[in-house]
Design a protein around this ligand. Structure first.
Ligand SMILES: Nc1ncnc2c1ncn2[C@@H]1O[C@H](COP(=O)(O)OP(=O)(O)OP(=O)(O)O)[C@@H](O)[C@H]1O
Ligand SMILES: [Mg+2]
Length: 260
């Protein structure tokens, strides 16, 4: 992956499994958003290919490519809603743009998607009239409008308080279970990584390549990559401070969780 002559990451060889929650993690500026932009077709790899269901995405012609894009739901970093539209209008937009569904069906679909993220009854609210956490959930509803097979979220819980962030994680787990979608999430928030990731990929900014791939617990305990171990262990103390142990921290019983 490169911007002009500037190589962000090289030799990224990995598979994402159908139906898993796959986390892309790493420090700020390592290239997480850049990778997500490649996976969703906004950027083209300097070299290499990307396949979905065995079909090459990177070299596909417009017809095939649009067909594949229809299966994607994306929430970009900072994933803002359109402020001049109500939540219902925001979620309806992709349906109006990309389908021939009748207004009645679109209205029902919008209600269903908003209900799925716990926003039943907020159809006619504007983004400015609801909380940041509710905006994030509405963005998820919009990303899910077209019943995507693949969902991509860039830092969905950024800027949320720990409780709202945790609720969003639970929502993402529920969505995976109810939709059966494959979910790719960019995050550097340890609580989210340990709570939701089936597998996580670490982009190592010092070597500019893949620094590890596996279950977060395995990586934290056994990865030969010291940067990665530090990355995954850095938060134990911080997170102990951020979570009330009485609520059942996901770190209870893990190595090092008695510290701090
Ligand atoms: N449009 C662009 N043109 C040139 N360089 C860019 C562009 N976008 C990002 N970069 C550079 O590429 C690198 C990776 O950026 P990227 O936004 O992918 O990082 P990130 O891991 O998502 O960071 P963060 O955690 O802060 O969101 C950074 O060095 C950044 O400065
Ligand atoms: Mg980013």
């Amino acid at each position: 992956m490169a911007y002009g002559d500037y190589v962000v990451m090289r030799d990224l060889n990995f598979d994402i499994h159908r139906g898993e929650i796959f986390v892309i993690m790493g420090g700020s500026g390592c290239g997480k958003s850049t990778l997500l932009r490649h996976l969703t077709g906004l950027l083209h790899p300097a070299t290499g290919q990307i396949f979905y269901d065995g079909v090459e995405f990177t070299g596909a012609d417009d017809h095939d490519r649009n067909h594949m894009l229809r299966k994607f739901g994306v929430m970009f970093q900072g994933g803002a809603l359109w402020s001049s539209m109500t939540l219902a209008e925001n979620v309806a937009f992709p349906l109006e743009e990309f389908t021939d569904l009748s207004p009645e069906i679109i209205r029902e679909t919008v209600e269903l998607k908003l209900a799925l993220v716990g926003l039943r009854g907020y159809e006619d609210f504007y983004p400015a009239e609801i909380s940041g956490g509710m905006c994030k959930r509405a963005s998820l509803a919009r990303a899910m409008a077209l019943d995507p097979d693949f969902l991509f979220f860039d830092e969905p819980s950024a800027g949320l308080d720990p409780v709202s962030a945790r609720r969003l994680d639970e929502l993402i787990l529920q969505l995976r279970d109810s939709l059966g979608a494959t979910i790719v999430i960019v995050t550097h928030e340890l609580a989210s990584i340990f709570a939701i990731a089936d597998r996580a990929l670490y982009l190592d900014v010092t070597t500019r390549t893949l620094g590890g791939l596996g279950s977060p617990n395995d990586l934290r305990a056994h990865s030969p990559n010291e940067n990665l171990r530090l990355f995954l262990n850095r938060g134990v103390t911080v997170l102990r401070g951020a979570h009330d142990p009485a609520t059942g921290s996901p770190f209870a019983g893990l190595p090092g969780s008695h510290q701090g």
